[in-house]
Design a protein around this ligand. Sequence first.
Ligand code: MLT
Length: 264
Amino acid sequence: MKAQVNGITIAYNDQGTGLPIVFLHAFPLNRTMWAAQENALSSQFRIVTIDLRGHGESDAPLWHYTLDQSADDVRTLLDHLAIQQALFVGLSMGGYILFAFYRIFADRVKGLILADTRAQADTAEGKQGRFQMAQTAYKKGPSAIADVMVPKLLSPMRIQTEPGLVRQVRAMIEGNQISGIAGDLMAMAERPDSVPLLSRITCPTQIIVGELDQATPPSDSKLMAEQIPHTRLAIIPNAAHLSNLEQPEAFNQIVSAFALNLEK
Ligand code: MLT
């Protein structure tokens, strides 16, 4: 489905009834990374997955991107869908957007699931890396970005043994436009430090991380778990950064248990 949001087209899926659960994807992927969650959970809950600005079937305008803008796109889409409050799941960049969303629209958040993400801002070196990656995207195209990103997103074992999963992740990356990839990199480089926000998050929160995640390692999740007041931490064995794709059953089970508890 598609909606006009803040002057651009945003693509999304909206399936099932019950507690709305809104899923925000990682960089530089799209809403299809949540297919296993959508299939397993839409019989119990209302599952909304969104192609964020710059990704998948949504528009990727050539302009300045910010995570606050993406948060406002999500809020505007929820208004369009008449969803007042939801449980939000954000993985990696999706989690960064949830910090922006919570800062601006905390009253719309019934609960948060922060998966394979971190609260700290980029270091100076990290920002420089974003700049270099944007130049790679500009000069060589999205397939060069897939070459760089796949080893950061999936565990070495999956890359060796699951060519279908690697193809799926590459296809998501290669389906993006350069304007969206560069826009995200700019937005992530400029994002503020969310560590001071953590102690002010008052809704129930679940943190999930793959034990093999190197992009946002379990130490980043432990830092969030120590500072967010009402939170639990789940470490998924044998999963790297895209823990929802590498271990969908374990991931779904954590989301479902947390959502059922939230409904009580
Ligand atoms: C992601 O998976 O969204 C990215 O790895 C996040 C990042 O580059 O910081």
